[in-house]
Design a protein around this ligand. Structure first.
Ligand code: SF4
Length: 283
């Protein structure tokens, strides 16, 4: 890099230098966030939030809390984004309430509404249920909210949640089925950058709900039997594994790619076995 203004400290091509206090505060917070994340007990159930991902093997790694490849743990910035997303839910719920909607988001004991199946090995927790409101729509209706960056938000507005974010659509269908809320769900998406709110009704897709429910059963049953489910890609260079856009759909890099392809057997047959211990609840 070239220092075009000798002695100024500004280097062309580099961002504006951050004052030491900004670096120090960020470092302290990031360390604490990462430590908190590491201390969280891994989930011991298949979560409805990730069932719409393409690769069953990936969902199984997640279910079994198999350690991610080195460098693939959530970065502190990602942890901040997740937390902002959770809190955005409370903000949007508050907007619904002051607008006159009867929105139920938690039980009297403060826990989220949700469902569980397969002896607690398959669970989902809903954002809320709209019981009544000033807008003409069918009640009661499932409410599902996401906070999105500007580009993702625009894509959802343009193409609708089912096409733009099929993983969310799968989650919604499962909630409608298991919570017995067959009316069209109200999906809202908050633009994290501009605070614009998108809303759309999502009709119940019984076929999608059944397909996702069957996937949860497959993941749990295979895990109980000590078998790996098949990879959904033929090669580690597939977009599904390394990340990127394919057929208008974004795939994050798989956090278990090295482990997955490092364990490959001739013919790509799903013959590997594993220890069930990881799937057992931690004491
Ligand atoms: S690396 Fe590819 S095939 Fe393996 S679990 Fe991840 S997405 Fe599936």
């Amino acid at each position: 890099m070239v220092d075009l203004n000798k002695g100024s400290g500004y280097l062309y091509g580099a961002g504006a230098p951050r004052p030491p206090i900004a670096e120090a505060v960020s470092a302290a917070i990031d360390t604490a966030l990462s430590a908190r994340n590491r201390a969280e007990r891994p989930r011991t159930y298949v979560s409805s939030s990730g069932l719409g991902r393409d690769c069953l093997r990936q969902i199984q790694y997640d279910f079994l809390a198999v350690p991610k490849d080195e460098g693939h743990e959530f970065a502190p910035r990602t942890l901040r984004i997740f937390e902002a997303g959770h809190r955005a839910e409370d903000i949007v719920a508050g907007w619904f309430r002051i607008a006159g909607f009867d929105l139920r988001t938690e039980r009297p004991d403060g826990r989220q509404f949700g469902f569980e199946a397969l002896g607690g090995r398959f669970k989902g927790h809903i954002d809320g249920c709209l019981v009544s409101g000033p807008v003409a729509m069918d009640y009661p209706a499932l409410w599902e909210n996401k906070a999105l960056g500007a580009a993702s938000w625009k894509d959802v507005v343009k193409r609708g949640v089912s096409l733009a974010r099929p993983v969310y659509a799968a989650q919604i269908a499962l909630y409608q089925a298991y919570m017995e809320l067959p009316a069209p769900a109200l999906f809202t998406a908050l633009n994290r950058d501009t605070m614009e709110l998108h809303a759309e009704l999502v009709p119940f897709d019984a076929h999608l709900a059944q397909e996702m429910s069957d996937r949860a059963v497959a993941v749990v049953r295979a895990s109980e039997a000590g078998e790996w489910l098949p990879r959904m890609a033929a090669e580690p260079t597939a977009v599904l594994c390394r990340g990127g856009m394919a057929a208008g759909k974004w795939h994050a890099p798989c956090a278990w790619a090295e482990r997955c392809w490092g364990e490959r057997r001739p013919g790509n047959a799903p013959v590997e076995r594993f220890s069930r211990e990881r799937a057992e609840p931690q004491p």
